[in-house]
Design a protein around this ligand. Structure first.
Ligand SMILES: N[C@@H](CCC(=O)NCCCC(=O)O)C(=O)O
Length: 259
């Protein structure tokens, strides 16, 4: 049997300020191809060319990538304001139903940053447009200047629930993570279990309660240094294992906790 196929959700870009493109970062492809040992398949994030049912057939799992545009607030019942920033409505229209379909079927996904926020919205939760404006919260945004290494540098601790799936997988109650987001979970969806938080209380790690498959979701970016960073390697390794189980026709195991 060949390696499982992971659909990597793309983002929109304008090449040379003119040529519209949908693209995924090289680091996402390397994380899937090398750290998860799966086949990276780039997915155009637009339901006018990509149907959810086709994707579920073509792929064994999905990497719900980060992305600068925010999920449109109408998806969680809020009117749009300038604070909500730029959007990617086609990506909303594809990925939110895709998440619900994966949760129901047990098809694995690993959600990152915008993907983490999408999982919450897809299941009925809400987002805050600018979490650094909430009293007591720190600035989680990417540094505006500097090299890529500086932007993706480890910036804060995430602490996991005792005995939860992140604790079990990473064999640690705490990890250091990078941080490149302005929005954050406001009200968590009923089924979304917040399994890890930053020091200021911001939700950073989650999974879907009762889902039959792999649903680990993180607000940080494990795709950066995925082959060398031990935390990222374990996350992508477990995601790859879940996709292998799915591809082999076995239901992926539900989340593992420490007994
Ligand atoms: N827009 C959301 C999600 C942020 C996010 O996914 N950032 C990664 C951006 C990486 C890139 O530059 O493409 C928010 O701001 O919270």
């Amino acid at each position: 049997m060949g390696r499982p196929v992971i659909g990597i959700i793309s983002n929109r870009h304008l090449i040379n300020d003119e040529y519209p493109a949908m693209a995924v970062g090289t680091m996402n492809c390397e994380a899937v191809g090398l750290a998860a040992d799966c086949v990276p398949l780039m997915v155009p994030a637009d339901p006018s060319v990509t149907a959810v049912a086709d994707l579920l057939d073509a792929c064994d799992g999905f990497l719900l990538t980060g992305g600068r545009p925010n999920v449109h607030p109408s998806e969680y019942g809020i009117d749009e304001t300038p604070a909500h920033g730029a959007f990617d409505r086609p990506r909303d229209a594809l990925v939110l139903p895709l998440i619900r379909a994966c949760v129901e079927a047990g098809q694995p996904f690993l959600a990152i940053c915008r993907g983490f926020q999408e999982v919450n919205v897809a299941l009925g939760g809400t987002l805050h447009p600018e979490i650094r404006e909430i009293p007591g919260r720190m600035n989680h945004r990417m540094p505006p200047n500097g090299t890529l290494a500086e932007k993706f540098a480890l910036r804060h601790v995430v602490r996991f629930a005792e005995g939860g799936p992140f604790h079990a997988l990473l064999d640690s109650r705490e990890v250091m993570t990078n941080s490149l987001h302005g929005q954050g979970i406001d009200r968590a969806a009923t089924r979304l279990v917040i399994d890890g938080r930053a020091e200021d209380g911001t939700p950073e790690a989650a999974y879907v309660d009762g889902a039959p498959g792999f649903t680990l979701s993180v607000q940080w970016h494990p795709e950066y240094s995925a082959t060398t960073d031990p935390v990222s390697r374990r996350l992508f390794g477990a995601f790859g294992d879940a996709a292998r189980e799915w591809a082999a026709g076995r239901r992926p195991s539900p989340v593992r906790r420490i007994a």
